[in-house]
Design a protein around this ligand. Structure first.
Ligand code: ATR
Length: 266
């Protein structure tokens, strides 16, 4: 019997997850189906209950439901707990297991695909919203020396306070400091606005990583001008999916051909 999975969001028509999981399934010979489901903005819990009763094995959760998904679980992984958000659900009988694979996907893309080791590196995380929260614990677990900066300074300080090894502040306070890896987890790129980073922030051979994919953001352009290596979030997207696939199926797909396909202009 084909095991059923889905991604739930609103809107959802743009989602690449069905394509990614279908490629993983073909590659690994797993008998699964994977569809995109748009839940009403006030109907996430009801959608989850319907899928569970219909025998789905699990689902991914995307914007704007990652916090709702956190609340509807019966069990949470440490990384979901740290993120206070869930992007992967597993249905086992009456239990709903919640995990968050976003940070693992980011770390894996940086370390395995881009070949930058995070241990003891000076890492700047820009942003303190949902996207940033999801990746703090995995970055610290990888050994990064982490600074979190945010336009609204208090939010960066609040987020950093939850982790003994992270520091938080505003962008102004970064003047004179240098980082090996700078990760943009803000939504500024969506409106083509530039986050006011001081120049000289990138160390020699630094990596500038934008968690957004499919567009050149002002952050990426700025980083290129400053001489940094630049990556977008397409590798992270595929790696977080691979981690979810592994949780559900116990098999780790080869992500390289899927990332290549995602980057091929349609
Ligand atoms: P997401 O789930 O994508 O993280 P969010 O929770 O709304 O969305 O958080 C958006 C993040 O992008 C926040 O850190 C926000 O900064 P503020 O907390 O100061 O609002 C940041 N952000 C959005 N637009 C920005 C801009 N133009 N310049 C700097 N930061 C911006």
């Amino acid at each position: 019997m084909t095991d059923r999975y889905a991604v739930i969001g609103n809107p959802i028509s743009h989602s690449k997850s069905p394509m990614i999981h279908t490629l993983f399934a073909e590659q690994t010979g797993q008998d699964i189906s994977y569809e995109a489901i748009e839940a009403p903005l006030d109907g996430f819990a009801a959608t989850i209950e319907r899928l569970r009763l219909e025998g789905y094995k699990g689902c991914n959760v995307t914007v704007p439901f990652k916090f709702n998904a956190f609340s509807c679980t019966t069990e949470l992984s440490d990384r979901a707990l740290a993120a206070q958000a869930v992007n992967t659900l597993g249905f086992e009988g009456r239990d709903i297991l919640g995990d968050n694979t976003d940070g693992a996907g980011l770390v894996r893309d940086i370390e395995q695909n881009i070949d930058v080791t995070l241990k003891d590196k000076r890492v700047l995380l820009m942003g303190a919203g949902g996207a940033a929260c999801g990746v703090v614990l995995p970055l610290l677990t990888a050994g990064a020396a982490l600074t979190i900066a945010n336009r609204t300074r208090d939010k960066a300080i609040e987020l950093a306070k939850k982790f003994p090894d992270a520091a938080g502040g505003s962008y102004d306070e970064l003047a004179g400091r240098v980082f090996d890896v700078v990760i943009n987890a803000t939504s500024a790129g969506l409106s083509d606005s530039q986050v006011a980073l001081p120049s000289g922030i990138f160390a020699k051979d630094a990596l500038a990583y934008d968690m957004m994919y499919g567009r050149e953001t002002p952050f990426m352009t700025f980083a290129r001008q400053q001489g940094a290596r630049v990556a977008d979030g397409s590798g992270m997207l595929v790696e977080q999916a691979a981690e979810a696939f592994y949780i559900w199926r116990g098999v780790r797909p080869d992500t390289a051909p899927v990332i290549a396909q995602l980057r091929t202009p349609q």
